[in-house]
Design a protein around this ligand. Structure first.
Ligand SMILES: Nc1ncnc2c1ncn2[C@@H]1O[C@H](COP(=O)(O)OP(=O)(O)OP(=O)(O)O)[C@@H](O)[C@H]1O
Ligand SMILES: [Mg+2]
Length: 279
């Protein structure tokens, strides 16, 4: 369990990236979703003890990230958003090195590394220098590294950004088969939906909604999103696209007015922030 209490992060005198965040993460896979700059990476870096909060703390599996940093480090693995491999090392060497640094024997490390690379369908590239891998392959290598660690808690910051659809599915399937607790960030609604029961939606340094996707979308029960370029009826305008949330009974009426009708999804949580949908 991860218990986050009143977490603040101030990067400068007038910029606050986390604004007193309170969050309980108790599912096997928890997803943090949010737009660019919402504070996801800041949160993950604090939880994985790479960055000090300005105020507040978090308890991970009973250990305080500030007072028991070493304990926390011994039970977690973290793959940063901008992770880059050491170019001359192959995925196999890279993962083995990481595991040995974490206390695995060389033999154990080799076994776990091979298993994790196999799981992500990276056998073919196992011994190639990382410099020669594509960007997506490098990301997958890091996911394999986290998986191989068998840590109690694994933090994955945007594990599938830049991956092709097949590679994304391989990463998802590996995540699903793991026993570790996973906290991941993403921009993708389908990823959140596929992997986790619990989703926290972040915006501007705070959690604006949390729960199952169903619970989060409760405010939209019975509604559809109607969109039309330069439409005259709207709740919000995104660029020149008019967006209106309508009752299902009004679908025909809006179709006649030339609107496209779409299902609501987690994107709408951001779009409608602070809006009253009753009208
Ligand atoms: N080291 C830093 N110094 C100053 N400001 C920072 C620093 N790191 C992040 N920020 C700012 O804090 C805010 C949150 O950044 P963060 O990287 O946590 O967002 P994010 O949700 O991970 O975004 P993305 O989806 O783009 O990865 C942003 O406005 C960012 O510019
Ligand atoms: Mg980020």
């Amino acid at each position: 369990m991860i218990e986050i209490t009143d977490l603040h992060k101030k990067y400068s005198r007038n910029f606050v990236a986390l604004k007193g965040l309170n969050l309980l993460l108790d599912n096997r896979v928890s997803t943090i979703i949010g737009r660019n700059g919402a504070g996801k990476t800041t949160l993950l870096r604090i939880l994985s003890t790479q960055l000090y909060p300005t105020k507040g703390t978090a308890i991970i599996e009973g250990y305080d990230i500030i007072k028991e940093t070493r304990k926390v480090r011994s039970i977690i693995s973290s793959i940063p958003q901008e992770a880059q491999p050491i170019g001359i090392l192959s995925p196999m060497e890279q993962i083995k090195l990481y595991l040995i640094a974490r206390g695995f024997t060389a033999q154990q490390a080799g076994k776990e590394a091979r298993f994790a690379l196999d799981e992500l369908d990276m056998d073919e590239f196992r011994n190639s220098p990382s410099d020669t891998l594509s960007g997506g392959m490098k990301r997958k290598m890091f996911v394999a590294m986290a998986l191989a660690s068998n840590s109690d808690v694994i933090f994955l910051d945007e594990p599938t950004t830049g991956l092709d659809p097949l590679s994304r599915m391989e990463v998802w399937s590996a995540i699903k088969r793991l026993k570790s607790k996973i906290i991941l960030t993403t921009h993708y609604m389908d990823e959140a939906q596929e992997l986790s029961d619990f989703v926290a939606v972040m915006d501007q340094g705070d959690v604006i909604s949390r729960g199952t996707i169903k619970e989060i979308l409760k405010a939209f029960d019975g509604k559809m999103r109607a969109e039309r370029i330069d439409g005259e009826t709207y709740d919000i305008k995104v660029g020149n696209i008019a967006v209106k949330y309508i009752d299902k009974s009004k679908v025909d009426e809006f179709l006649r007015m030339g609107y496209d009708i779409k299902q609501v999804n987690l994107n709408d949580v951001f779009l409608t922030r602070g809006m009253n949908l009753e009208s």
